[in-house]
Design a protein around this ligand. Structure first.
Ligand SMILES: [Zn+2]
Ligand SMILES: [Zn+2]
Length: 135
């Protein structure tokens, strides 16, 4: 089963191996800037296959990871870490994901204007930056 995902304007549409896995919210400053709030994404195993590839843009982060987005509508689409692992933004999935948000990472770096009032365990990817927060 392939899951379909796309940007807001339809300039980028792709499929990925399903089903959608557990969704992780990342509160780091890069994800907050890229998404406008915080990112919610899931890891995929296997490759993205593009159906429409008119407006895909990529941005290389300072650490060498890559973000895929639409150059026309600005939608955040995927993130490829330096180790090659790819995650896809949950909001890009067409229709129902059939999955759940199960964890929060980089919570020490979250914005100051919201609380994570989630009953799920929050874990910090960078534990040295502060105490882990259990919510
Ligand atoms: Zn677009
Ligand atoms: Zn992040």
């Amino acid at each position: 089963m392939r899951v379909v995902a796309s940007c807001l304007c339809g300039g980028v549409r792709f499929t990925l191996p399903g089903p959608v896995g557990d969704i992780t919210a990342c509160h780091c400053s890069q994800c907050r800037r890229a998404s406008g709030h915080f990112a919610a994404s899931f890891d995929i195993e296997g490759d993205i296959d593009y159906v429409v590839l008119e407006t895909l843009g990529t941005y290389e982060t300072p650490k060498g990871a890559m973000r895929g987005f639409c150059t026309r509508c600005g939608s955040s689409l995927w993130f490829r870490d330096v180790d090659g692992e790819v995650s896809v933004e949950a909001g890009a999935v067409d229709g129902l994901t059939g999955s759940r948000l199960t964890s929060h990472i980089c919570v020490d770096d979250k914005g100051d204007y919201y609380d994570i009032d989630d009953t799920k365990l929050a874990e910090s990817e960078y534990g040295a930056q502060g105490p882990e927060v259990s919510l």
